[in-house]
Design a protein around this ligand. Sequence first.
Ligand SMILES: O=C(O)CCC(=O)C(=O)O
Ligand SMILES: [Fe+2]
Length: 303
Amino acid sequence: MSNPLTVVDISKPIASISESLLEAAQKQGFLFVDGHDFSQDEVDALFEISRQFFTETPVDIKSQYAIRSNNIGYTHFTNEQLDPNKARDYKEAFNFGNINFKTGAFNQSDAEFYGQESNEANENAVPPILESHREFISRTTQKLHTTAMRILKVMSKGLKVEDPEFFTTKHRSDQPSGCVFRMLRYPLVRDDQIDTQGYDATIRAGAHTDYGSLTLLFQRQDQQGLELQAGESSEEDWVGVPFVKSRYAGKAPPLVVNFGDLLSYWTNGVLKSTLHRVKFSPGETREHDRYSIVFFVHPENAY
Ligand SMILES: O=C(O)CCC(=O)C(=O)O
Ligand SMILES: [Fe+2]
């Protein structure tokens, strides 16, 4: 598959990359970010933790951590329906939230997160398999936040905003925000297992835009499926996001980055919040589940 997306190397000086980043953000709303700080081994380890959690945790345990209105916890198959006109999304996910990127704390109780006293048990507790990797997950969320701040800075330069820290100062690392770190699994479904009455197993995440500032995503080789809408209006104009390698040995592939509704509003539509979905057709040969790991960036709650 040829690559329709721009690759921006964020390890390069800002002045040399800001224009290409802005152009990609304006035209497609999607790009690849290389020159990040994640090794292949690190990202493999993250996906292994995700696999362990989804495939080795009994469903009754998972459901004890069911997602709540604060957007933290476990989402069971078909709970979500991103496109209200289409079938439910056949996938499962775990959302980590209430993150303080300065201290690395995540899934704090709501009271603790908002600086209140409470003797209640932590309603955002993390399932045991994930809890046993707390430090690694914590470090990952911190690095993702740092990466997102770099992208915001490059973008500000491209936009020629007077204050280059205008956007980053609305995303301070130690302030409460709706930022979510999410592990996702789209299980393999064979043709003969498809219940066409209940749901359409080819659409795994219905067409939607992300509603925060920006989204950073790790995908795996041979597990494509993410598509973005390229045309202005045609429903049919879906373009697949290919798998590409990093230009640096030992590094994880470039992150897939897209801009959300919020930055699109903040820039009066200059940045594009592009419709996207996850689709694979039942006829397509798939020998394994698809996994992705996503970081949804949101500004501080006060803004
Ligand atoms: O799993 C993916 O590739 C995309 C997921 C996504 O778009 C979302 O959860 O908002
Ligand atoms: Fe999305």
